[in-house]
Design a protein around this ligand. Structure first.
Ligand code: DC
Length: 262
């Protein structure tokens, strides 16, 4: 059985969900869209660290032809920037002050997230060793979450998305009918992260992410929980696709498109 590690995701063979994919019609824009209205599908995938949600989300996006957005990258990028500038993020007011002048740009290129912070690409730095240690503290600051909320919603203007994170089904895209909470036993998750060769205390990050006041990590009431502890990537992806089919994603593309952004 293949485990759900980040590295394995890169080596996945190209497979398509032939029968279903044929049935997907890209959602049509409304005849006269209201200004700023967006209308697209979003599949929300939340869950704790190293639960397999990134691997599964990437593979799912590939099979559906949707773009993939790992929102953890946004919080990691801001953490890198604040650390780089030596902003004391134990003082939320200082962070909020700095964010007032920071130019945060997010977009989609080649079906994946791109970002600039004050014109600099932070993505090469987001897996730096120290980021895992501090990112949960930064993500708990309300001004940080506020500065990223609309940016995430605006990404839906680029086309249909698979979006993974901690608050996607609860806060960022609460109106999507396609919500999953991907979980796994704590020991399995710690072992997966160790296999990736990354220093990351997943249990402590999860505890902080679940305990914070602002948009805590939690399963949306209407999300489907999938425990990946003993499942292969393919099994999880096929399970998700099965639920998506059951929820009508492939039959009536327009009916479930989401309007979230202003
Ligand atoms: O998915 P990840 O491990 O790259 O996420 C890094 C951190 O970012 C995670 O510990 C908490 C934060 N995060 C968040 O608060 N909300 C999200 N939607 C995604 C990530």
């Amino acid at each position: 059985m293949e485990f759900l590690t980040q590295k394995y995701a890169q080596s996945l063979p190209e497979r398509t969900w032939h029968a279903l994919k044929k049935k997907i019609n890209p959602p049509k824009p409304p005849a006269r869209p209201e200004e700023g209205t967006i209308l697209n599908h979003v599949i929300a995938i939340d869950g704790p660290a190293a639960s397999g949600k990134s691997t599964v989300s990437r593979e799912l996006a590939k099979r559906l032809g949707f773009a993939h957005v790992g929102t953890g990258t946004l919080y990691r990028a801001l953490t890198w920037k604040l650390l780089d500038e030596k902003v004391d993020f134990s003082k939320p007011a200082l962070v909020a002050e700095r964010l007032k002048t920071m130019k945060i740009e997010c977009g989609i290129e080649a079906d994946t997230l791109v970002m600039r912070l004050d014109h600099i690409d932070p993505l090469p730095h987001v897996r730096d060793g120290e980021i895992n240690e501090y990112v949960s503290a930064v993500a708990a600051i309300p001004a940080v979450r506020q500065s990223l909320l609309e940016k995430q919603r605006e990404l839906l203007n680029h086309g249909p998305l698979v979006v993974e994170g901690r608050d996607i089904g609860t806060v960022v895209f609460p109106h999507t009918p396609f919500k999953f909470f991907i979980d796994a036993d704590p020991e399995v998750r710690a072992a997966r992260r160790a296999k990736d060769g990354e220093k990351d205390s997943v249990a402590s990050r999860d505890a902080q992410d679940a305990a914070r006041k602002a948009a805590p990590m939690m399963k949306a009431k209407d999300a489907i929980r999938i425990d990946t502890s003993t499942l292969s990537i393919d099994e999880v992806v096929e399970t998700v696709l099965g639920f998506l089919e059951g929820k009508g994603l492939f039959e009536n593309a327009d009916a479930h498109a989401v309007k979230e952004a202003k």
